[in-house]
Design a protein around this ligand. Structure first.
Ligand code: GLU
Length: 449
């Protein structure tokens, strides 16, 4: 590998030895940039990459909250404002007990490239807390969110940093956080958060956007291979908001999602998660807070596989849509042995780096990277910001049309970037290069700081 790239990777490895997820994403992204760095010596001269792998700013804060029994708890809140060269920092908040700086930093770094790829004016950021929402009452969630916002509000704003949801943070949490922000600021600045409820400035289609966008991206890939989405079977993971959106759009287009998963195992539904009743049940499962996918099997009489992941199931398309590092080498081998042709990442960094390389090396297999495939979510957040600043509401058709166009552009830009550097049809490298290029241009233009 190019000596400059290796030295930056080495620097990150030694400085962030306790943050393996962050090291993993840096290695993955930077290894795609080799031809770009060779063609543009000015980046090395300005030592651009060392600055790109360092968040502009990252901070923690104390979040104290009272449970229903009158006991006090203290969690850690995080916000990482990774890169603001092309727009206000933008990215979700994750509430999950395993959250620590390495998770927030990896998500923030991915977000920089993803947001750039959307072509919209949004920088990259991420945040969250090690608060575990499982089993918490509504009142506990509200008090936690209010306390979280009391600590965060002075560091965010519609032109500064615009958080949104991620795992453990949905419309309910965003609502409580916005209420607290409004009370503290005494102003209706609703462009400060996205993923809001429709009644106070949320965008239509935002809840569906990540899943819809992933399916629009998949359609582009299938078209490239001369295939149609109709009749395709899709193996998904998770049963959250993203998988729900995939089920909805896949069904509309005549495809079917046949697996869902949870911390307890996975379900296989050969008829597909295709009826309104089944799709609506995913929302119910999520809001129950039980965090069990077995409930689906019990309700609809399908098979449940306790403690297993769905990657052994034969399907035309595999879409890991649950969480990071869900697919390791063993699962990747299984997927390849099943003759899967389309491996479309959806969750942020769902594949370990060795498994990803292995899948990309399989003859005939097409691998698409999450930072492109799931970018429809944050892109629609940017459309929500645009509506908020215009004090307008766009129709469902208008938002969906723009989302569709953005996904087509992301796909086309990725293909073109890979071709420009003679990498062939390489959607992974193409997305990294296209995402990098825009941020690099903006950073170079704005001088060294
Ligand atoms: N958390 C989502 C993501 O990973 C959405 C972020 C946003 O809408 O700002 O992109």
């Amino acid at each position: 590998m190019n000596a400059y790239l290796s030295s930056v990777i080495e620097h990150v490895r030694s400085r962030h030895a306790n943050e393996p997820e962050f090291v993993q994403t840096v290695e993955e992204v930077l290894s795609s940039l080799e031809p770009v760095i060779e063609k543009h010596p000015e980046y090395e001269k300005a030592d651009l990459l060392t600055r790109m792998v360092e968040p502009e700013r990252m901070f923690t804060f104390r979040v104290c909250w009272e449970d229903d029994n009158g006991n006090w708890h203290t969690n850690i809140g995080y916000r990482c404002q990774f890169n603001g060269a092309i727009g206000p920092y933008k990215g979700g908040l994750r509430f999950q007990k395993n959250v620590y700086p390495g998770i927030i930093k990896f998500l923030g770094f991915e977000q920089v490239f993803k947001n750039s790829l959307t072509g919209l004016p949004i920088g990259g950021g991420k945040g969250g807390s090690d608060f575990d929402p499982a089993g918490k009452s509504d009142g506990e969630i509200m008090r936690f969110c209010q306390s979280f916002m009391q600590a965060l509000y002075r560091y965010i704003g519609p032109d500064v940093d615009v958080p949104a949801g991620d795992m453990g943070v949905g419309a309910r949490e965003i609502g409580y956080m916005y209420g607290e922000y409004r009370r503290l600021k005494g102003a209706f600045e609703n462009g400060v958060l996205t993923g809001k409820g429709f009644s106070y400035g949320g965008s239509l289609i935002r809840p569906e956007a990540t899943g819809y966008g992933a399916v629009y991206y998949l359609e582009n890939v299938l078209k490239h291979e001369g295939e149609d989405i109709k009749g395709k079977t899709i193996a998904c993971a998770g049963f959250g908001n993203v998988t729900w959106g995939i089920c909805k759009k896949a069904t509309q287009l005549g495809a079917k999602v046949v697996t869902l998963s949870g911390p307890d195992g996975y379900i296989y539904d050969p008829d597909g998660v295709t009826t309104d009743e089944k799709i609506a049940y995913l929302v119910e499962m999520r809001s129950s807070g039980r965090n069990r996918v077995q409930d689906y099997a019990d309700k609809f009489g399908v098979q449940f596989f306790p403690g297993e992941k769905p990657w052994g199931v034969k399907a035309d398309v595999v879409m890991p849509s649950a969480m990071q590092n869900d697919v390791h080498m063993d699962q990747a081998k299984q997927i390849a042995a099943n003759g899967v042709k389309y491996y479309i990442e959806v969750a942020n960094m769902p594949t370990t780096n060795d498994a990803l390389r292995f899948l990309m090396d399989q003859p005939g297999m097409i691998v698409a990277p999450s930072k492109a495939v799931n970018a429809g979510g944050v892109a629609t957040s940017a459309l929500e910001m645009a509506q908020n600043s215009e004090r307008l509401v766009w129709t469902e058709e208008e938002v969906d049309k723009q989302l569709h166009q953005i996904m087509d552009t992301i796909y086309n830009m990725s293909v073109a970037a890979a071709e420009q550097y003679d990498l062939g049809y390489n959607l992974v490298a193409g997305a990294n290069i296209a995402g990098f290029q825009r941020v690099a241009d903006a950073m170079m233009a704005q001088g060294i700081f």
